[in-house]
Design a protein around this ligand. Structure first.
Ligand SMILES: NC(=O)c1ccc[n+]([C@@H]2O[C@H](COP(=O)([O-])OP(=O)(O)OC[C@H]3O[C@@H](n4cnc5c(N)ncnc54)[C@H](OP(=O)(O)O)[C@@H]3O)[C@@H](O)[C@H]2O)c1
Length: 327
């Protein structure tokens, strides 16, 4: 057993519920590795776990889904990884807000030399999400026009960069002119200030009334209706998050009346289920990072001890791109 500092939730609630304290980290068991973290990714998903929107396995519990670091030790039966390997992960269960953790090696991704630890910690989870959203949940194709809600956010910016590279025209929603400028600089052709403009009307104008084949929406509650309205006949709404609240139940018959629309609510875990699939997606992402096509600007570096401030900033819509916690 080793004592390390970590950020735990004892009671669900606001950022003030996060406690920076010592916890015990055990030795890796069969099929596991212990990783000393060097950088930890900040994700809106962490807020969902803190508030109880997503269930924690128990309380108190360390939160955090994404980190990079170095393997310290491995358990029995582990041959593909060894101490000293640089790795990163998008975890299946929360636990990344800590100086070290133990986890199954099936979730670990070896880092190539050209990706530094901060880039890995800020891009693995968000980048793999963008990858499955644009390659699998719906496969975007050259010449298409798509809508990305919260285009200046963590996942949003990567979709913009990657989609532009694939020859796709990106319409993106943002809340401020500063975020519009950032989205534009990262591949968003048509930023729309959704706090001021009628998004569905703008999309109709930009598509000669046709609407879109796909919308990527990680905001949810405050945007889902508009997302549906922006689709063309038989278009697909890919919901994947709820930064703007929960999508309420609605009558499926409406999808018929709106043009036989399709809807999915996608989750990363279902697109990384098998290690082989995860590594294939990671290789695709690394190719994009190597060529500089996917390059996530780090908005801010916080000390792990200041995780509550990081949460307040992310929740307060004050962040862009990605931020990292340094343990
Ligand atoms: N299903 C999956 O596989 C998967 C994977 C990763 C993330 N997610 C989810 O995707 C969502 C986005 O994650 P992210 O880490 O990339 O976050 P993010 O986009 O960096 O941050 C959320 C953004 O949403 C916008 N927003 C709109 N209404 C908001 C509100 N009421 N409060 C706060 N923000 C609001 C803000 O942008 P503006 O100021 O421009 O509006 C804000 O910056 C989260 O719900 C996350 O859990 C899902």
């Amino acid at each position: 057993m080793t004592n390390v500092y970590a950020v735990r939730v004892h009671q669900l609630g606001g950022p003030e519920r996060l406690r920076y304290e010592q916890v015990e980290v055990g030795e890796p068991r069969r099929g596991e590795a212990r990783i000393r973290h060097t950088a930890i990714g900040l994700n809106f998903t962490d807020i969902h776990f803190r508030t109880g929107r997503y269930p924690l396995p128990s309380l108190p519990h360390v939160i955090g889904m994404e980190a990079a670091g170095v393997i310290e030790s491995v358990g029995d039966g582990v041959t593909a990884f060894q101490p000293g390997d640089r790795v990163a992960y998008a975890a299946a269960t929360p636990g990344a807000y800590a100086q070290a953790t133990v986890m199954p090696v099936t979730r670990l991704i070896k880092l190539p030399d050209f990706i530094d630890d901060e880039a890995a910690a800020s891009t693995i989870l968000k980048g793999l999400t963008a990858q499955y959203l644009i390659r699998s949940a719906y496969t975007i194709r050259r010449g298409e026009t798509i809508l990305v809600q919260a285009a200046a956010g963590g996942v949003g910016l990567i979709i913009c960069q990657w989609a532009r590279h694939l020859g796709v025209r990106v319409i993106g929603t943002v809340s401020t002119p500063e975020k519009a400028a950032l989205a534009s600089a990262n591949g968003c052709d048509e930023p729309i200030l959704y706090t001021r403009e009628d998004v569905a009307e703008r999309v109709r104008g930009l598509t000669a009334g046709a609407g879109l084949p796909v919308v990527y929406d990680g905001v949810g509650g405050s945007t889902y209706e508009t997302s549906l309205q922006c689709l063309k006949r038989r278009g697909l709404a890919v919901f994947y998050g709820s930064a703007g609240g929960v999508i309420p139940p609605f009558d499926l018959w409406r999808l018929n009346r709106m043009g036989s629309l399709y809807v999915t609510y996608a989750g990363l875990a279902d697109y990384l289920h098998e290690p082989a699939e995860m590594n294939e997606r990671a290789a695709d992402l690394f190719l994009m990072m190597r060529s500089g096509i996917v390059k996530v600007p780090i908005h801010k570096r916080y000390r792990l001890a200041d995780a509550a401030q990081a949460h307040a900033d992310l929740e307060g819509r004050r962040t862009t791109g990605a931020s990292v916690l340094i343990p």
